[in-house]
Design a binder for this molecule. Structure first.
Ligand SMILES: Cc1cc2nc3c(=O)[nH]c(=O)nc-3n(C[C@H](O)[C@H](O)[C@H](O)COP(=O)(O)OP(=O)(O)OC[C@H]3O[C@@H](n4cnc5c(N)ncnc54)[C@H](O)[C@@H]3O)c2cc1C
Length: 476
């Protein structure tokens, strides 16, 4: 790739000021990957605009000069979405973190793209409200990144993903024009908010979002059901849903994950269990006890050895801390791990779990299972040690086999982590040539020269020549 023209660099500096520029090899190292560390590529320059207007000026300048760029939020993505492939410039949103307004009467907040997810809830929780999408990375990831990935979280089962909580987006198009896409009320016309959400930054750069706020539920009950095996826990998941119950969250951790989180957080998880389900029920106080008994009964009927109930808010908080920080706790078991993200129809969880176990033994790898089980969204964590010859290659092949199995079972190659660079090669397996062509047409309508986040989501025939494969470490 050609070095960035010095004149362009100084014009960018003039727009965002000295504090809005990151250059120099050492400083740029921070930006060479996200949570997917198997592939790396540093940008030549990072630009950090402070406002939407500055962002539009930056994008306009890059468009005029024909220079590709990649948007970046907090870099917690786990598929390499913000990796600068054939893009010398990165536009980061970390200085755009104002909450522009809160309108509790209409349950709406307008927030800039760089606002951290959890900060939205923090701003309104004193008034009894919250922002529902809660990725486990919510203390770091940004609203812009959440929109780009259409992120979910443990409470997706009942409350949906990011797109279900968006009313409008402020977007800088790849030619530098700024538009508001509004789907408030019964807005007629195309649902452009829906289209942009989940497009991984390939249709433009989101500078702000108007998001829906929810009232906190009157009551919450959190249960921990303990099973001898993942298969029993999977059957309990199907039984709960088949009984017509929609928990707020229905999460599964297997024995390896339990061992890691217990060592890290000392909640008192049974370390001899094969799997646990973390089940949250919320809503009106009246009826919640009865619902919780029905859920417990479904667990016991499917082999639960014990069903515990969080005694108070502190215990509930510790349970969720253990679950949400489970990824980080894996470091207790392994020098490296790779997080996979696939989906199967919920009823086929026992089958995919058996397949993952078979793949683990065939590839001589340990694979831990963490799942948004209620959504059929699996996160097999493939543990490895890069110092062992051939192990990285086995991890990649095992991961691909797991995702192919998800497709064969009627599922998808990603539940929430997106395509990024990691799964680009699988898009042609997951979709027909006609569907891929339709996707390319949509991208080209917004981003005809491919300047905004090139080489993502829809494969082109250009190679990822800037991507290196250095010492892998793990991710997620
Ligand atoms: C420990 C851990 C737990 C996680 N748990 C979950 C989970 O429960 N659920 C879940 O869905 N994900 C989860 N993730 C993945 C990740 O946190 C989400 O994908 C998150 O939304 C990424 O936000 P970010 O700000 O870090 O975006 P980045 O990683 O910086 O970028 C992600 C993608 O969005 C694009 N992008 C970023 N900002 C913008 C913008 N303003 N406009 C246009 N495009 C933009 C980038 O180009 C890139 O393609 C987890 C990750 C980690 C490390």
């Amino acid at each position: 790739m050609m070095p960035l023209d010095k004149n362009i660099a100084s014009r960018l500096r003039a727009i965002v000021g000295e504090r809005g520029i990151v250059d120099g090899r050492a400083s740029l190292k921070v930006y060479e990957c996200d949570g997917y560390t198997l592939e790396k590529a540093a940008p030549q320059l990072v630009v950090l605009p402070e406002t939407a207007e500055q962002t539009a000026r930056v994008v306009r300048l890059l468009a005029e000069a024909g220079i590709p760029y990649v948007p970046r939020g907090a870099g917690t993505g786990v598929s390499g979405g913000c990796l600068p492939v054939e893009a010398p410039v990165m536009i980061g949103t970390s200085r755009m973190k104002r909450i522009r307004g809160i309108d509790l009467a209409n349950c709406v907040a307008e927030v800039e793209a760089g606002v951290v997810n959890l900060e939205v809830t923090r701003a309104v929780e004193g008034e009894g409200y919250y922002y529902a999408p809660d990725p486990s990375s919510q203390s770091a990831c940004t609203i812009g990144g959440n929109v780009a990935e259409n992120s979910g979280g443990p409470h997706t089962l009942k409350y949906g993903v990011t797109v279900n909580h968006l009313l409008a987006l402020e977007l800088v198009l790849p030619d530098g024009r700024m538009v508001w896409l509004d789907r408030g009320g019964d807005a007629p016309g195309y649902d452009l908010v829906g289209l942009v959400t989940g497009s991984e930054g390939t249709l433009g750069l989101v500078t702000a979002a108007r998001v829906r706020l929810l009232r906190k539920p009157e009551s919450v009950t959190t249960l921990l059901a303990v099973f001898s095996s993942v298969a029993d826990a999977s059957r309990a998941v199907s039984a709960i849903i088949a009984a017509g119950i929609v928990p707020a969250a229905l999460e599964m951790m297997d024995d390896l994950v339990i061992a890691a989180v217990e060592a890290a957080y000392h909640f008192g998880f049974p370390t001899d269990a094969g799997a646990v389900l973390l089940i949250e029920l919320d809503g009106l106080t009246a009826g919640l006890d009865e619902l919780s008994e029905r859920v417990s009964a479904a667990c016991v009927a499917n082999g639960a050895k014990e069903v515990r109930r969080a005694a108070d808010d502190a215990e509930r908080a510790l349970l969720w801390k253990s679950r949400k920080r489970a990824f980080g706790a894996m470091g207790r078991l392994t020098p490296s791990y790779c997080t996979q993200d696939g989906v199967v129809p919920r009823s086929r969880l026992p089958e995919i779990v058996a397949i993952v176990s078979e793949i683990a033994s065939r590839y001589r790898l340990r694979i831990a299972n963490l799942m948004h089980a209620g959504d059929g969204n699996i996160h097999p964590l493939i543990l490895y040690d890069e110092s062992k010859p051939g192990e990285v290659e086995r991890v990649i092949e095992a991961g691909n086999e797991i995702l192919s199995a998800c497709l064969q079972l009627g599922g998808s190659i990603t539940g929430e982590h997106g395509i990024g660079v990691e799964k680009l090669g699988l898009m042609g397996v997951a979709f027909s040539p006609e569907t891929m062509a339709a996707m390319a047409d949509v991208r080209d309508a917004f981003n005809p020269r491919g300047l905004c986040n090139p080489q993502k989501v829809v494969p082109t025939d250009r190679g990822c020549i800037e991507v290196v494969r250095p010492r892998p470490r793990g991710g997620g």
